[in-house]
Design a protein around this ligand. Structure first.
Ligand code: MV4
Length: 509
């Protein structure tokens, strides 16, 4: 058993705050780090101690391995939690942390490496009996070598980067004539993005769902599955909405996918929280896609449905405790949905937005969880990803969860920065989403319908507030003694006020 009293949180924003909260509930102290851009961030104040680590660009702060390990040592931490993104899936970081005699709250570097090499991962999965998408399990050297392999698989095929993930270095090849140029494009993009140009082949699966299984593993060789998350609602490989459970997953399918995920984790000697991504074909067949060897952004939907604090379990298994959850007793309860509220303007091509968050009203009430990391006064810059917060709701049924999400999105007020809020409301109102008729092409197909003109629901309330203030000022001025009376009692007649009132008293929800 490793005695841990203090944890370095090597991250920022909402996930840093999430980890600090878990540390405190577990009776541990948390040390935050922050760049010059994050001096005023809530995670800095929430921690027991906060250490500046350099300029805003991540390469000079949150990605500086030597600096972070040094801070952990100097502040007498015994463990380092990497969060997600940044250094969370860098084997050299896990090694540097372990090399300094500290506990890395995550899997061994060897597991990160095995899953980071997509062809090695495919070979390991195959050996462990986990179904993989038909394709090669070694890199293909050039388009000449790729030709017979692609013919064997049957077009269309995908060229994928061996060092890839997240869609970079991926090319669709519809027919043999496209193979050569697609190979060159994939290899050069992979080389640029990952410093390694190796690519391999997979048969293209058409209109699959993206379903992932959450697992937890302890140091006693126990691995448990905590059900699935439906993550098909993505745009350019960025997830926007996730839910658990998936309408496409029956208890029998959940059992089979969990068994495969547990075998996958076992095959690389996994420890802690991890996620196995699968593609679920319309035929009902599922295939291993990749493993994320970290805590994921969307972990809260699993927490709400399974009643487990995944971050506390991560900390506990890192300290050498056995898992407190048991496969036999884990049952999904109800339904959870997460919306990623980002500083992007959906009505302008999801253009990343910057500026100062002037005002924030966070939704609350039954079944509502707000995992945020910024507050009014904070500035959103282009240095980091555009996530403002995650709004997660739970309900007894999907319908109840959906109603809660709509209600919460309406309570939410964000002033100062464009956000994805209104877009999420439109998805909640979309009949196809409501039917759960999802696959990875959903957003592409629904795009125009979701972005169509109409009153932007996120603007009704803020504009109504402005209208009310102006009307109030006019009234106050008019009724001040000594000024000309007359129209002081005139009711406000703003169209925005009327819209807000219509909304408040019912009408169209
Ligand atoms: C695929 C696929 C279809 N067939 N592989 C995209 C990112 C990377 N993680 C793998 N990706 C895909 N691999 C085969 N053989 C479709 C995708 C894909 C995708 C996967 C999950 C969620 C959203 C996606 C959007 C476009 C393509």
């Amino acid at each position: 058993m490793t005695t841990i009293k203090r944890v370095l949180v090597a991250n920022r924003g909402e996930i840093a705050l999430r980890i600090i909260r878990a540390c405190h509930e577990e009776g541990l102290e948390a040390v935050a780090v922050y760049s010059e851009a994050d001096r005023l961030s809530p995670h800095v104040r929430a921690a027991n101690l906060a250490i500046p680590i350099g300029p805003a660009p991540a390469a000079q702060s949150y990605l500086d391995i030597a600096k972070l390990v040094d801070v952990a040592r100097r502040t007498a931490c015994q463990a380092v939690h990497p969060g997600y993104g940044f250094l969370s899936e860098r084997a050299p970081f896990a090694e540097a942390v372990a090399g300094a005699g500290l506990v890395f709250v995550g899997p061994p570097a060897s597991a990160i490496r095995a899953m980071g090499d997509k062809t090695e991962a495919r070979r390991r999965m195959q050996a462990a009996g986990v179904p993989i998408v038909p394709g090669t399990t070694r890199p293909v050297a050039d388009h000449v070598q790729a030709r017979p392999e692609a013919a064997r698989l049957g077009y269309p095929v995908l060229l994928k980067a061996v060092a890839g993930g997240g869609g970079k270095g991926m090319r669709l090849v519809r027919e043999e004539a496209e193979l050569e140029s697609a190979f060159e494009a994939a290899a050069s993009e992979a080389k640029k993005a990952f410093g390694a140009g190796d690519v391999y082949l997979e048969k293209l699966l058409e209109r699959p769902r993206h379903i992932e299984i959450q697992i937890l593993a302890d140091q006693f060789g126990r691995v448990v599955g905590l059900g699935e998350r439906e993550c098909s609602i993505q745009r350019r490989h960025q997830k926007l909405i996730e839910e658990s459970p998936s309408l496409a997953v029956t208890p029998a399918l959940r059992r089979r996918m969990s068994e495969a995920a547990v075998a996958a984790a076992g095959a690389v000697g996994y420890l802690g929280a991890g996620t196995i991504e699968f593609l679920l074909a319309p035929s009902g067949e599922f295939y291993f896609l990749e493993m994320n060897t970290r805590l994921q952004v969307e972990h809260p939907v699993t927490e709400l449905v399974y009643g487990v604090d995944l971050v506390r379990e991560q900390l506990r298994v890192a300290m050498g405790h056995p898992l407190r959850v048991h496969a036999g007793t884990l049952q999904p309860r109800g339904h959870a949905i997460e919306c990623r509220i980002t500083a992007e303007d959906p009505f302008n091509g999801f253009l990343p937005a910057t500026g100062i968050l002037r005002y924030l009203r966070v939704p609350g009430g039954p079944g509502v969880r707000w995992d945020g990391g910024i507050e009014a006064g904070n500035e959103i810059t282009l240095y980091y990803d555009p996530l403002i917060a995650k709004l997660i709701v739970w309900g007894e049924t999907r319908q109840v969860a959906l109603e809660r999400m709509r209600r919460s999105l309406r309570e939410l007020v964000i002033v100062g920065i464009p956000s994805s809020q209104a877009f999420h409301l439109r998805v909640m109102d979309d009949p196809e989403f409501q039917r759960g008729d999802l696959d990875i092409t959903y957003l592409e197909r629904a795009g125009d319908r979701l972005l169509a003109d109409g009153v932007r629901p996120d603007l009704i309330r803020p504009l109504a507030v402005v209208a009310a203030l102006l009307a109030e000022e006019r009234r106050a001025t008019a009724s001040t003694p000594g000024t000309a009376a007359g129209d002081g009692a005139r009711p406000p007649t703003s169209g925005w006020l009327a819209a807000a009132r219509r909304e408040a008293v019912g009408g169209s929800p």
